[in-house]
Ligand binder design. Structure first.
Ligand code: ADP
Length: 190
């Protein structure tokens, strides 16, 4: 079973590359950002709670996202593997994911970390905001906060996975195809 964690700052291209990985490897896609936006669109209590954090570029509480992932994993027992996109984002989330996957004997295969310089991230997010309608992509200060939150709370996960020999840095600058080819090489070596 191939269980990939796609990692990188907001705007690194995780969603775009996830699409390619799903097609190439037949994996199930679990994006906490998409799941949360679905909850908001359906006006569920969970969605309403999450929105307050997302609008400000803050992380949604661990208990909320961990519970959501747990439900999805339990509902998809016949998957060939998963691609985790935007999750885990904190050490507590990574520990919870390890626990869930190790219980099933299907641990994380590797964490693929897309590396992109900050100026490029901001430009990509503002550009996406023009077409996606995502309000968190349209406000400079929210974007700035998301990148800061990433550096503070999410970046430590590199060390978490490196300690398990599962961290792989991928150059996230260049064309979509070039980056996809780099990911493929890294997956071959897992
Ligand atoms: P991006 O990678 O561009 O920030 P996402 O769709 O992954 O986009 O996330 C959007 C927002 O959803 C985040 O800023 C955060 O508020 C919330 N979110 C998504 N995933 C998580 C998570 N694993 N833990 C906490 N909050 C999350």
């Amino acid at each position: 079973m191939l269980n990939l964690v796609l990692f990188g700052p907001p705007g690194a291209g995780k969603g775009t590359q996830a699409e390619f990985l799903i097609e190439s490897y037949g994996l199930n896609h679990l994006s906490t950002g998409d799941l949360l936006r679905n909850e908001i669109a359906a006006s569920t209590p969970l969605g309403m709670e999450a929105k307050r954090y997302m609008d400000n570029g803050e992380l949604v509480p661990d208990s909320v996202v961990i519970g959501m992932i747990k439900n999805k994993l339990e509902a998809q027992t016949d998957a060939a593997g998963f691609i985790f996109d935007g999750f885990p984002r904190t050490v507590a989330q990574a520990e919870a994911l390890d626990q869930l996957l190790n219980e099933n004997g299907t641990p994380v295969s590797g964490m693929l970390s897309l590396e992109v310089v900050k100026e490029e991230l901001v430009a990509r997010l503002l550009n996406r905001g023009k077409t996606s309608g995502r309000s968190d992509d349209q406000d400079d200060s929210v974007i700035e906060n998301r990148i800061n939150v990433y550096n503070e709370k999410t970046l430590p996960l590199k060390n978490y996975y490196a300690a398990q020999n599962k961290h792989f840095g991928i150059n996230g600058m260049g064309s979509i195809e070039e980056i996809a080819a780099r990911l493929k090489e890294a997956i071959k070596a897992l």
